[in-house]
Structure formats: C-alpha cells, structure tokens
Design a protein around this ligand. Sequence first.
Ligand code: MRU
Length: 345
Amino acid sequence: MPIQAISWSPSGAVRIIDQRALPEAEITRDLDSAEAVADAIKQLQVRGAPLIGIAAAMGLVAGTRDLRSAPRREFLDRVAQLSELLANSRPTAVNLRWALHRMANVAQATRGDGAALWERLHVEATAIWEEDRAMCRRIGEYGLTLLGDGANVLTHCNTGALATGGIGTALAPIYLAHEQGRRVHVYVDETRPLLQGSRLTAWELQHAGIPCTVITDAAAGALMRQAKVDLVLIGADRICANGDFANKIGTYGLAVLARHHGVPFYCAAPWSTVDSALPDGDLIPIEQRAAAEVVTLAGRPTAPEGIDVLNPAFDVTPARYVTAFVTDRGIMQPPFSEGEGGREK
Ligand code: MRU
C-alpha cells in the first residue's frame, strides 16, 4: 500500500500524517479548520512543496465548511482572508500560492451563494490533489529514462510520497524503477537540521523495500570522489524562469560537488513549482527558521546557550549547475515560460 500523506477524513476534515513524529510513530491528525492547516504547515507536520499546496487548498475547504449557508459576498471575503493566512504559513515553495490562486479564481468564477461556492472549492481542491498524483507519475516516467540498471542515486531532503499527493518528484523515478524490477540504490542525505532525509526518505524507501543508505550531509563529497554516485536527483520548492531554483538548504553545495566530480545533477518537479513570473533565483524569498532547530537535538543543547545562529531552510542553486529538469511535461531546459513551458532536452 503506498503511503498517503493527505486525504479527506470521513467527516470532511483534512487528514494528514504528522511528519514530525516519523519515524518513531505514525500519527494521523484530522485538521478541521484553515487555522489548524496553516499551523500544521508552519510546524512541518505537513511539508514538501507540492503537499503544502494541496494541504492549503484542502484547508480552505475545511475553513469555509460552516459558511455553506452564507451569502456570496461573505463567503468570498472569508476565502480571501483564509487564503492570506494559509499563504503566509511558509514563504519559499510557490506551490502554496499557486494552489490558493487557483482556488480563489474558481470561487470568483462560480455563480451562486455559499453552498455552490463551497461545493466548487471542494471539487477544485480534490482536483489539485489528483492532478498532483498524475504529475508525480509522469515525472517518474520521464525520470526513469535517466536511471541505468543498478544506478546509485544520491538525494537530499524528502521528495517522495510524504512530500506530494502521489509517488513524489525526485523519488518517483526510483519508485517506478523498483516497481519494474530494476535494481536501484539510494544514498539518502540525512538533511540537517530537521533530518527529512533520514527520518522521512529512509522511512518511506524502507517501507517500499527500496535499498537505501543514510549518509551525513558532509559525506556526499567523499562518496562522489570515490565514484559511488551515478547521479544526483533532488526536488525543488520554486523554479524561476531562468532555471535558478530553491530547494532544501544543502542543495547548492551538492550541485557544486556534482559539477566538480562530473556527476549528472537533475532537479525533478511538477509544473506547479515553476514560477515563470520570477526572472531569477535572487528574488526567491528564503524562509528563515528558529535557531532551536539547529542548536538542539532531541531536546538537548548541541551548542552553548545564547550563541548566534543562522538557519535558512532553503538555498538557491543557479541553473548552470543543473544537467536537466525532470518535469511532468518532459525533461527540460530553461528558460521556462507559462506559454512555452521550457525547451525539451
Ligand atoms: O522544509 P521542507 O521539508 O518542506 O522542504 C522540502 C524540500 O525542500 C523538498 O526538496 C521540496 O519541497 C521538493 S518536495 C517534492
């Protein structure tokens, strides 16, 4: 059974796996308001660029459920207010704003009062989720062409079923390779400071029976020097028109290492991660997170009290380091524009 990171609960709440608790415990939570969903996104109970877009869309539905008998104006005002709240829960992944825009647009375009508008939002949020599942599969199919039999893939953070509505982005080709009986092995960067690699990626790959090895982030260079890595496959939180992209902190370092060692470096993402309105990566807002994430481990201090800390959650990798982008529209090269959608490689 594939992992389902998000779904509707029987009562219409947003059901999530609380990713903070993994791999120690599998805890499911039902979130019945937009506020609860926004909090879950901030706290990384739900995370990963595509998944927070889906969660925000579903959160808008949960948050407007009680307004089904409200007049149109009141319903739309509430949609605007809750969209703002959800959009501000995390700044870097563009999927969040993309999904909320899509929801606001369909609400505006639908005739009628609260009941009709709410039904339409419910349909749209479910469509966003289902489309993401299909996009993951297509990314997997395109990405599969890059994996030779027995490939050793290095990945960073978590880009799998726990980060999307389907089988993931950068992990999708790996799932499909395994499904088809091809040999594949994954080096999983543990991904400091919140360990999405060792806690989440290793957990879901092990769940699927896919061979993997957890490494410290600092080990990646040594493995490349020993020619143990055939390719790097990572995700993205926002891809600009020129191909610069933001992803989990540490991605840029990996890209530079890969270039130095002649290792192909691929970025996999659905089209909802492309922000063709943003010309280059310097313009991407980078989330800064709490110092405690860096200077405590399992509740114990790992640095002297009162020390200065910098904790950017993402970095920007310039397009020139990327061998190619694996998207649901094909294997592409920038520039990306909404109409043309990049160059086929
Ligand atoms: O802070 P996170 O865990 O939400 O960061 C997630 C990542 O950086 C992923 O690599 C990215 O969202 C792509 S997920 C398919």
